[in-house]
Design a protein around this ligand. Structure first.
Ligand code: HEC
Length: 221
């Protein structure tokens, strides 16, 4: 049998013309008859449009209880006075105090902190000088000069009085990095200690605990 007989070609042509005509619509904004419309029109629901599949009809769902987003580190210390004290003794900045870290911290500081704390951390940012807000204490003031880094982390995470929480703007890594920069504003001498490591810090065998205590002495110095 010849598939491409003249008869068959004209039948196929007539059939495709029919399909072409019925798939068109006089309405210029209508796509006409669509073959498998799910392929171009996603059945996904719009956010906040409501969803009858859920008892509360909420389309934007909360994460399942107990799950942790990728790349997110939970912070287990509670937002209380006891928690603040606990953070001061327990938490240590895991990042080294060196020029590279301080440079990264400075970038974060100039975006998120400078407008209140001022360029040198003297509590004279634009919100104070131009906006008339009460000044934060200077980082090198008697109140803050010996502030443990764990307390800084706690304050940046939860906020304290007039300073709001920065947990949604800065991840854990960024909070520790900016603390490294704050420490140089608190006391520029910490960089001298960082540039001249003690013998213990040079020792390759030094355990993290030893290194931390050396670092701590350097910071409080
Ligand atoms: C809206 C202004 C504002 C911004 C923005 C701000 N701070 Fe503060 N900060 C304050 C004030 C006010 C205080 C004093 C809080 C108090 O002790 O009552 C403070 C206190 C602090 C302290 C001392 C915390 C303590 O435990 O006593 C540190 C450290 C600090 N800020 C660091 C930062 C860093 C780092 C950033 C940027 C990531 C930042 N702040 C952003 C206003 C601000």
């Amino acid at each position: 049998m010849r598939i491409f007989s003249r008869n068959n070609v004209s039948k196929a042509f007539a059939l495709s013309m029919c399909a072409y005509l019925i798939s068109c619509s006089p309405d210029p904004s209508s796509p006409g008859v669509e073959y498998m419309p799910d392929m171009y029109r996603s059945p996904a629901l719009e956010p906040y449009s409501g969803n009858s599949n859920y008892a509360d009809s909420m389309e934007a769902r909360l994460p399942v209880a107990g799950t942790i987003p990728q790349g997110y580190l939970p912070y287990g210390i509670p937002n209380s006075n006891d928690g603040y004290e606990m953070a001061g003794t327990l938490l240590k900045d895991p990042y080294p105090l060196n020029d590279a870290m301080v440079a990264e911290g400075k970038v974060i500081y100039s975006k998120f902190c400078i407008h209140c704390h001022g360029e040198k951390g003297m509590g004279d940012g634009a919100t104070v000088t131009a906006g008339g807000h009460p000044p934060p204490p200077a980082y090198n003031s008697a109140a803050l000069i010996n502030l443990p880094e764990g307390k800084m982390f706690h304050t940046i995470t939860y906020g304290k009085n007039l300073m709001g929480s920065h947990a949604s703007q800065l991840n854990v890594e960024e909070r520790w990095k900016v603390i490294r920069y704050v420490q140089t504003l608190q006391n520029p001498d910490v960089m001298k200690a960082a540039d001249q490591p003690t013998e213990e810090m040079n020792a390759e065998e030094a355990t993290p605990a030893e290194t931390a205590s050396v670092e701590e002495t350097a910071l409080n110095h």
